[in-house]
Design a protein around this ligand. Structure first.
Ligand SMILES: [Zn+2]
Length: 316
């Protein structure tokens, strides 16, 4: 079977997998990133990709999912706030170092392509992936094609505002973005926002930095009133955003991934009724909500899929 190298470039580490054409993962290599200077990251990528290639010399191409707004044809990172890069020639710099073609795409779009091709997107042609982690990443497949937009910005679903007047401040500077309200970080913020109403809450015995979204969700499932209130407010904002996505795209399926989605049915049950209520002009029940299947591997598998396809979309 043909293989490609699929790379998931994150803010703290980079993973390179040897991925088969059927989405199977044959080997994985990981490296921690401490310095996000462009030249340092390029060398880290060269090293980890070299190891992956070494474990399977037959890889036909390399695909890299990177945070930021990325020019799809050239692989230039136009800007990436996470890395502090502007017009960083990621694709060209790596192409010089390897004998096989290198493709670069936005990490969330790559994850969407992976989940669409090998996960919960199978059998659909209109599909949305939302990863609820530190932020909210996403991607839209419409009529079988991943949408990149006029300037590669389509799919930035995390930065549509659901609470523009009374929401939390987003990392992008706006108030009440979907990401600020409904990511894993959003759940933690909801817990602090209602904390004064629960002076005897056990959650507050924890140091602020130890209070993760998983602890809040588990406490909510165990019936803790403080956690349950935060969870309900969180689910209400998540439902708002999901109904907006349905109004814009009416996908056959929306898959929820990322850390918070490990809540599974507890999460889906918390939002389904409200999403239905907020779905007005789109026929109700025509968008299915599911938990994503590929988990943390979606980025690598999708980046390799991009490499096999020689780009994120069939139109490039
Ligand atoms: Zn934002």
């Amino acid at each position: 079977m043909r293989t490609a190298i699929g790379v998931d470039l994150g803010g703290s580490h980079v993973t390179a997998g040897v991925i088969g054409e059927d989405g199977s993962i044959h080997a994985q290599h990981e490296l921690d990133l401490e310095d996000l200077t462009f030249s340092v990251v390029v060398e880290a990528l060269v090293s980890v990709i070299g190891k992956a290639l070494g474990s399977n010399g037959k890889a036909v191409a390399i695909g890299i999912g990177s945070p930021g707004n990325i020019e799809a044809n050239s692989g230039v990172v136009l800007y990436s706030p996470n890395f502090g890069w502007e017009n960083a020639p990621l694709g060209p710099s790596l192409s010089k170092r390897f004998s096989v073609p290198v493709f670069v795409g936005n990490d969330a779009r790559c994850a969407t392509l992976g989940e669409y091709t090998f996960g919960t997107g199978v059998g659909t042609s209109n599909f949305v992936l939302l990863t609820l982690g530190t932020g909210i990443g996403g991607g839209i497949v419409a009529d079988g094609d991943l949408i990149l937009g006029n300037r590669f910005g389509a799919g930035e679903i995390g930065h549509h505002q659901v609470r523009p007047t009374d929401g939390f401040v987003c990392t992008c500077g706006k108030i009440g973005c979907f990401e600020a309200q409904a990511s894993g970080t959003g759940l933690i913020r909801h817990a602090f926002a209602v904390a004064s109403s629960f002076p005897r809450s056990k959650l507050l015995d924890m140091a602020r930095d130890d209070l993760g979204s998983k602890k809040i969700r588990k406490a909510a499932q165990a019936g803790d009133l403080h956690a349950l209130t935060a969870w309900k407010n969180y689910a209400s904002d998540l439902a708002l955003g999901l109904a907006n996505v349905i109004a814009f795209v009416n996908p056959q399926r929306i898959a929820l991934g990322g850390g918070v989605s490990s809540a599974g049915a507890f999460m889906l049950d918390a939002v389904r009724a409200r999403v239905d209520e907020l779905t007005t002009m789109v026929p109700k029940g025509t968008t299915e909500l599911v938990i994503a299947k590929l988990g943390n591997d979606a980025g690598q598998v999708g980046a390799a899929t991009m490499a096999f396809r020689r780009g994120l979309t069939t139109l490039q």
